[in-house]
Design a protein around this ligand. Structure first.
Ligand SMILES: [Zn+2]
Length: 354
Protein backbone atom coordinates (compact mmCIF):
# COMPACT_ATOMS: atom_id res chain seq x y z
CA UNK A 1 0.00 0.00 0.00
CA UNK A 2 1.31 3.43 -0.88
CA UNK A 3 1.94 5.61 2.19
CA UNK A 4 0.14 8.93 2.57
CA UNK A 5 1.98 11.71 0.79
CA UNK A 6 3.81 14.59 2.42
CA UNK A 7 1.15 17.19 1.58
CA UNK A 8 -1.67 15.07 2.97
CA UNK A 9 0.19 14.28 6.17
CA UNK A 10 1.09 17.88 6.80
CA UNK A 11 -2.46 19.04 6.07
CA UNK A 12 -3.71 16.48 8.64
CA UNK A 13 -1.41 18.05 11.21
CA UNK A 14 0.84 14.98 11.25
CA UNK A 15 4.60 15.15 11.70
CA UNK A 16 7.38 13.63 9.62
CA UNK A 17 10.75 12.39 10.83
CA UNK A 18 13.68 12.42 8.43
CA UNK A 19 16.96 10.68 9.21
CA UNK A 20 19.89 12.51 7.63
CA UNK A 21 23.61 12.86 8.14
CA UNK A 22 24.67 10.24 5.58
CA UNK A 23 27.95 11.97 4.77
CA UNK A 24 29.15 12.05 8.35
CA UNK A 25 27.90 8.65 9.37
CA UNK A 26 29.42 6.90 6.34
CA UNK A 27 32.66 8.80 6.93
CA UNK A 28 32.76 7.51 10.51
CA UNK A 29 32.18 4.01 9.18
CA UNK A 30 35.14 4.27 6.80
CA UNK A 31 33.36 4.55 3.45
CA UNK A 32 33.55 8.26 2.66
CA UNK A 33 36.28 10.87 2.82
CA UNK A 34 36.09 13.88 5.12
CA UNK A 35 36.98 17.10 3.34
CA UNK A 36 35.76 16.45 -0.18
CA UNK A 37 32.61 14.73 1.19
CA UNK A 38 31.47 13.09 -2.05
CA UNK A 39 28.99 10.16 -2.10
CA UNK A 40 30.75 7.69 -4.40
CA UNK A 41 29.95 5.07 -1.75
CA UNK A 42 26.61 4.83 -3.60
CA UNK A 43 28.42 3.13 -6.49
CA UNK A 44 31.38 1.58 -4.70
CA UNK A 45 29.59 0.11 -1.65
CA UNK A 46 25.83 0.39 -2.28
CA UNK A 47 25.05 -2.13 0.46
CA UNK A 48 26.43 0.33 3.06
CA UNK A 49 24.01 3.00 1.89
CA UNK A 50 21.07 0.59 1.95
CA UNK A 51 22.14 -0.50 5.40
CA UNK A 52 22.09 3.08 6.72
CA UNK A 53 18.70 3.76 5.11
CA UNK A 54 17.39 0.66 6.89
CA UNK A 55 18.93 1.77 10.17
CA UNK A 56 17.28 5.20 10.06
CA UNK A 57 13.90 3.64 9.26
CA UNK A 58 14.42 1.18 12.12
CA UNK A 59 14.98 4.21 14.39
CA UNK A 60 11.81 5.96 13.26
CA UNK A 61 12.50 7.83 10.02
CA UNK A 62 9.39 8.27 7.84
CA UNK A 63 11.42 9.44 4.89
CA UNK A 64 14.23 7.63 3.08
CA UNK A 65 16.41 10.31 1.56
CA UNK A 66 18.29 9.28 -1.58
CA UNK A 67 21.98 9.84 -0.98
CA UNK A 68 22.64 12.32 -3.78
CA UNK A 69 23.93 15.00 -1.42
CA UNK A 70 27.04 16.50 -3.06
CA UNK A 71 26.39 14.02 -5.86
CA UNK A 72 26.31 16.89 -8.30
CA UNK A 73 28.46 17.89 -11.26
CA UNK A 74 30.74 20.31 -9.41
CA UNK A 75 31.58 17.89 -6.61
CA UNK A 76 32.07 14.82 -8.80
CA UNK A 77 34.48 16.85 -10.93
CA UNK A 78 36.71 17.14 -7.86
CA UNK A 79 37.19 13.37 -7.72
CA UNK A 80 37.36 12.87 -11.49
CA UNK A 81 34.06 11.00 -11.63
CA UNK A 82 31.83 13.39 -13.56
CA UNK A 83 31.12 10.54 -15.98
CA UNK A 84 29.46 8.63 -13.15
CA UNK A 85 27.07 11.47 -12.38
CA UNK A 86 23.86 10.08 -13.86
CA UNK A 87 24.56 6.51 -12.77
CA UNK A 88 25.31 7.68 -9.22
CA UNK A 89 22.12 9.70 -8.98
CA UNK A 90 19.87 6.99 -10.40
CA UNK A 91 21.50 4.30 -8.26
CA UNK A 92 21.07 6.38 -5.10
CA UNK A 93 17.41 6.92 -5.94
CA UNK A 94 16.87 3.21 -6.60
CA UNK A 95 18.51 2.20 -3.29
CA UNK A 96 16.31 4.65 -1.39
CA UNK A 97 13.17 3.63 -3.29
CA UNK A 98 13.75 -0.04 -2.47
CA UNK A 99 14.04 0.62 1.27
CA UNK A 100 11.09 3.04 1.27
CA UNK A 101 8.88 0.50 -0.51
CA UNK A 102 9.91 -2.31 1.80
CA UNK A 103 8.88 -0.29 4.87
CA UNK A 104 6.01 1.91 3.67
CA UNK A 105 8.08 5.11 3.83
CA UNK A 106 8.28 8.13 1.57
CA UNK A 107 11.34 8.54 -0.63
CA UNK A 108 12.98 11.93 -1.08
CA UNK A 109 15.20 13.12 -3.89
CA UNK A 110 17.89 15.48 -2.69
CA UNK A 111 19.65 18.58 -3.97
CA UNK A 112 21.89 20.89 -2.00
CA UNK A 113 24.22 23.87 -2.09
CA UNK A 114 26.49 23.66 -5.14
CA UNK A 115 29.47 25.28 -3.34
CA UNK A 116 30.03 27.53 -6.40
CA UNK A 117 26.99 29.84 -6.30
CA UNK A 118 27.83 33.50 -6.83
CA UNK A 119 24.86 35.81 -7.28
CA UNK A 120 26.54 38.36 -9.51
CA UNK A 121 28.06 35.96 -12.05
CA UNK A 122 25.43 35.07 -14.68
CA UNK A 123 27.50 32.16 -16.06
CA UNK A 124 27.75 30.58 -12.62
CA UNK A 125 24.06 31.11 -11.94
CA UNK A 126 23.33 29.36 -15.24
CA UNK A 127 25.59 26.48 -14.18
CA UNK A 128 23.81 26.20 -10.82
CA UNK A 129 20.44 26.13 -12.58
CA UNK A 130 21.70 23.31 -14.81
CA UNK A 131 22.93 21.31 -11.80
CA UNK A 132 19.55 21.58 -10.09
CA UNK A 133 17.64 20.80 -13.29
CA UNK A 134 19.43 17.54 -14.02
CA UNK A 135 19.28 16.31 -10.43
CA UNK A 136 15.58 17.18 -10.06
CA UNK A 137 14.78 15.41 -13.33
CA UNK A 138 16.65 12.31 -12.16
CA UNK A 139 14.79 12.43 -8.84
CA UNK A 140 11.43 12.52 -10.63
CA UNK A 141 12.56 9.72 -12.96
CA UNK A 142 13.74 7.69 -9.96
CA UNK A 143 10.29 7.82 -8.38
CA UNK A 144 10.83 10.33 -5.57
CA UNK A 145 7.75 11.31 -3.51
CA UNK A 146 9.22 14.69 -2.55
CA UNK A 147 12.43 16.62 -3.03
CA UNK A 148 14.61 18.02 -0.27
CA UNK A 149 16.73 21.06 -1.12
CA UNK A 150 19.10 21.70 1.77
CA UNK A 151 22.08 23.44 3.38
CA UNK A 152 21.69 26.60 1.31
CA UNK A 153 23.31 29.58 2.92
CA UNK A 154 22.29 32.03 0.21
CA UNK A 155 18.61 32.73 -0.18
CA UNK A 156 19.35 33.30 -3.88
CA UNK A 157 20.62 29.74 -4.34
CA UNK A 158 17.73 28.31 -2.30
CA UNK A 159 15.30 30.09 -4.60
CA UNK A 160 17.00 28.59 -7.66
CA UNK A 161 16.63 25.13 -6.10
CA UNK A 162 12.96 25.69 -5.37
CA UNK A 163 12.40 27.05 -8.87
CA UNK A 164 13.96 23.90 -10.37
CA UNK A 165 11.80 21.63 -8.20
CA UNK A 166 8.67 23.53 -9.24
CA UNK A 167 9.66 23.43 -12.91
CA UNK A 168 11.12 19.98 -13.45
CA UNK A 169 9.74 17.54 -10.85
CA UNK A 170 6.21 17.02 -12.20
CA UNK A 171 4.66 18.62 -9.15
CA UNK A 172 6.57 16.97 -6.29
CA UNK A 173 6.46 18.78 -2.94
CA UNK A 174 9.58 20.70 -1.89
CA UNK A 175 11.25 20.82 1.51
CA UNK A 176 13.73 23.72 1.54
CA UNK A 177 16.08 24.26 4.45
CA UNK A 178 18.69 26.93 5.08
CA UNK A 179 21.97 26.17 6.83
CA UNK A 180 22.29 29.00 9.24
CA UNK A 181 25.84 29.78 10.27
CA UNK A 182 27.04 32.10 12.96
CA UNK A 183 24.84 35.08 12.24
CA UNK A 184 21.07 35.03 12.04
CA UNK A 185 20.96 35.93 8.38
CA UNK A 186 21.80 34.32 5.05
CA UNK A 187 25.07 35.02 3.21
CA UNK A 188 23.11 37.39 1.00
CA UNK A 189 22.07 39.37 4.07
CA UNK A 190 18.44 38.30 4.60
CA UNK A 191 17.30 37.58 8.19
CA UNK A 192 16.55 33.84 8.43
CA UNK A 193 12.85 34.17 9.35
CA UNK A 194 12.31 36.47 6.39
CA UNK A 195 14.24 34.15 4.05
CA UNK A 196 12.05 31.22 5.09
CA UNK A 197 8.91 33.30 4.64
CA UNK A 198 9.97 34.18 1.10
CA UNK A 199 10.54 30.50 0.29
CA UNK A 200 7.16 29.65 1.80
CA UNK A 201 5.48 32.35 -0.29
CA UNK A 202 7.19 30.95 -3.39
CA UNK A 203 5.47 27.62 -2.80
CA UNK A 204 7.82 25.43 -0.73
CA UNK A 205 5.65 22.94 1.17
CA UNK A 206 8.06 22.93 4.13
CA UNK A 207 10.73 25.50 5.03
CA UNK A 208 13.21 25.41 7.86
CA UNK A 209 16.74 25.20 9.18
CA UNK A 210 19.19 22.33 8.91
CA UNK A 211 22.88 21.72 9.65
CA UNK A 212 25.34 24.26 11.09
CA UNK A 213 23.71 24.79 14.47
CA UNK A 214 23.21 22.44 17.37
CA UNK A 215 19.98 22.15 19.36
CA UNK A 216 20.73 24.99 21.81
CA UNK A 217 21.36 27.62 19.13
CA UNK A 218 18.84 26.42 16.57
CA UNK A 219 15.83 26.54 18.88
CA UNK A 220 15.79 30.31 19.60
CA UNK A 221 15.95 31.02 15.86
CA UNK A 222 13.19 28.51 15.16
CA UNK A 223 10.98 30.38 17.60
CA UNK A 224 11.55 33.57 15.58
CA UNK A 225 10.76 31.72 12.34
CA UNK A 226 7.55 30.35 13.86
CA UNK A 227 6.30 33.90 14.39
CA UNK A 228 6.80 34.73 10.71
CA UNK A 229 6.09 31.50 8.78
CA UNK A 230 2.53 30.21 8.66
CA UNK A 231 3.14 26.78 7.11
CA UNK A 232 5.03 23.63 8.19
CA UNK A 233 8.49 24.20 9.68
CA UNK A 234 11.53 21.90 9.46
CA UNK A 235 14.28 21.54 12.06
CA UNK A 236 17.34 19.33 11.56
CA UNK A 237 20.17 20.40 13.87
CA UNK A 238 23.63 18.89 14.11
CA UNK A 239 23.86 16.99 17.42
CA UNK A 240 26.66 19.04 18.95
CA UNK A 241 26.72 21.28 22.00
CA UNK A 242 26.79 24.69 20.35
CA UNK A 243 26.51 27.74 22.60
CA UNK A 244 25.69 31.43 22.37
CA UNK A 245 29.45 32.07 22.07
CA UNK A 246 30.04 29.25 19.57
CA UNK A 247 26.79 29.07 17.67
CA UNK A 248 27.75 26.53 15.01
CA UNK A 249 29.62 23.26 15.00
CA UNK A 250 32.16 24.98 12.76
CA UNK A 251 33.01 27.37 15.58
CA UNK A 252 33.19 24.92 18.50
CA UNK A 253 36.37 24.65 20.57
CA UNK A 254 37.67 21.38 21.99
CA UNK A 255 37.63 22.09 25.77
CA UNK A 256 40.72 19.96 26.33
CA UNK A 257 43.05 21.32 23.64
CA UNK A 258 41.56 24.79 23.17
CA UNK A 259 41.72 24.19 19.41
CA UNK A 260 38.92 24.25 16.87
CA UNK A 261 37.06 20.93 16.96
CA UNK A 262 35.58 21.07 13.44
CA UNK A 263 35.46 18.76 11.64
CA UNK A 264 37.59 15.91 12.96
CA UNK A 265 37.43 16.29 16.75
CA UNK A 266 33.79 17.15 17.23
CA UNK A 267 32.96 13.93 19.02
CA UNK A 268 34.14 15.50 22.30
CA UNK A 269 31.22 17.93 22.01
CA UNK A 270 28.50 15.51 20.97
CA UNK A 271 24.96 16.19 22.20
CA UNK A 272 23.66 13.63 24.65
CA UNK A 273 20.50 11.59 24.30
CA UNK A 274 18.88 13.91 26.86
CA UNK A 275 19.92 17.01 24.87
CA UNK A 276 18.25 15.63 21.76
CA UNK A 277 15.16 14.55 23.68
CA UNK A 278 14.82 18.09 25.06
CA UNK A 279 15.22 19.59 21.59
CA UNK A 280 12.54 17.29 20.21
CA UNK A 281 10.20 18.20 23.08
CA UNK A 282 10.71 21.93 22.47
CA UNK A 283 10.27 21.47 18.71
CA UNK A 284 7.07 19.51 19.20
CA UNK A 285 5.73 22.20 21.54
CA UNK A 286 6.57 24.83 18.93
CA UNK A 287 4.60 22.87 16.33
CA UNK A 288 7.58 21.79 14.21
CA UNK A 289 6.10 19.18 11.85
CA UNK A 290 9.24 18.03 10.07
CA UNK A 291 12.20 17.03 12.20
CA UNK A 292 15.43 15.08 12.03
CA UNK A 293 19.17 15.33 12.56
CA UNK A 294 21.89 16.47 10.18
CA UNK A 295 25.69 15.92 10.17
CA UNK A 296 26.81 13.88 13.17
CA UNK A 297 23.40 12.32 13.67
CA UNK A 298 23.08 8.64 14.52
CA UNK A 299 20.17 6.28 14.67
CA UNK A 300 20.25 6.08 18.48
CA UNK A 301 19.74 9.85 18.65
CA UNK A 302 17.05 9.77 15.96
CA UNK A 303 15.16 7.28 18.10
CA UNK A 304 15.04 9.87 20.90
CA UNK A 305 13.25 12.24 18.52
CA UNK A 306 10.87 9.53 17.33
CA UNK A 307 9.89 8.66 20.89
CA UNK A 308 9.32 12.31 21.82
CA UNK A 309 7.12 12.62 18.74
CA UNK A 310 4.97 9.79 20.00
CA UNK A 311 6.31 7.03 17.78
CA UNK A 312 7.20 3.48 18.59
CA UNK A 313 9.86 2.60 16.01
CA UNK A 314 11.11 -0.99 15.66
CA UNK A 315 14.37 -0.13 17.44
CA UNK A 316 12.34 0.52 20.62
CA UNK A 317 12.67 -3.20 21.16
CA UNK A 318 16.23 -2.40 22.20
CA UNK A 319 15.60 0.90 24.00
CA UNK A 320 17.57 1.12 27.24
CA UNK A 321 16.19 -0.81 30.18
CA UNK A 322 18.45 -0.10 33.11
CA UNK A 323 16.28 -2.08 35.51
CA UNK A 324 17.99 -5.18 34.19
CA UNK A 325 21.47 -3.79 34.80
CA UNK A 326 23.38 -5.68 37.46
CA UNK A 327 24.56 -2.44 39.02
CA UNK A 328 21.78 0.06 38.19
CA UNK A 329 18.70 -2.13 38.59
CA UNK A 330 16.10 -1.75 41.30
CA UNK A 331 16.78 -4.86 43.34
CA UNK A 332 20.49 -4.74 43.90
CA UNK A 333 22.02 -7.19 46.32
CA UNK A 334 24.62 -5.81 48.67
CA UNK A 335 27.51 -7.00 46.52
CA UNK A 336 26.16 -5.23 43.39
CA UNK A 337 25.55 -2.07 45.39
CA UNK A 338 29.14 -2.20 46.59
CA UNK A 339 30.43 -2.74 43.04
CA UNK A 340 28.41 0.21 41.73
CA UNK A 341 29.70 2.38 44.55
CA UNK A 342 33.23 1.65 43.39
CA UNK A 343 32.46 1.93 39.67
CA UNK A 344 30.85 5.33 40.03
CA UNK A 345 33.67 6.67 42.19
CA UNK A 346 31.47 7.11 45.23
CA UNK A 347 33.18 4.43 47.33
CA UNK A 348 36.09 5.13 49.61
CA UNK A 349 38.41 3.05 47.44
CA UNK A 350 38.82 0.43 50.08
CA UNK A 351 36.47 -2.14 48.63
CA UNK A 352 33.67 -0.86 50.78
CA UNK A 353 35.33 -2.01 54.04
CA UNK A 354 34.20 -0.13 57.09
ZN1 LIG B 1 24.62 18.73 7.90
Amino acid sequence: MKPKGLRERLANGESLICGEGYLWELERRGYLQSGVFTPEVVLDHPERVTNLHEEFVHAGSDIVEAFTYYGHREKLKLIGREDDLERLNLTALRLAREVADAHGCLMAGNICNTTVYTADDPAIVQGVRAIFKEQVEWAAQGGADLIIGETFNDLGEAKLALEAIKKYSNGLPAVITIACYFFDHTSDGVPIPQALKELEDLGAEVVGINCGRGPETMMPLLRECRKVCKGPLAALPVPFRTTEKEKTFHSLTDPKTGKGAYPLDLSCLQSSRSDIRQFARDARDLGVQYIGLCCGGSSYLLREIAVEYGRHPPSMKYAPNLEKSFVLGNDLNSQSAKVWHAMSGKGAGNGGAK
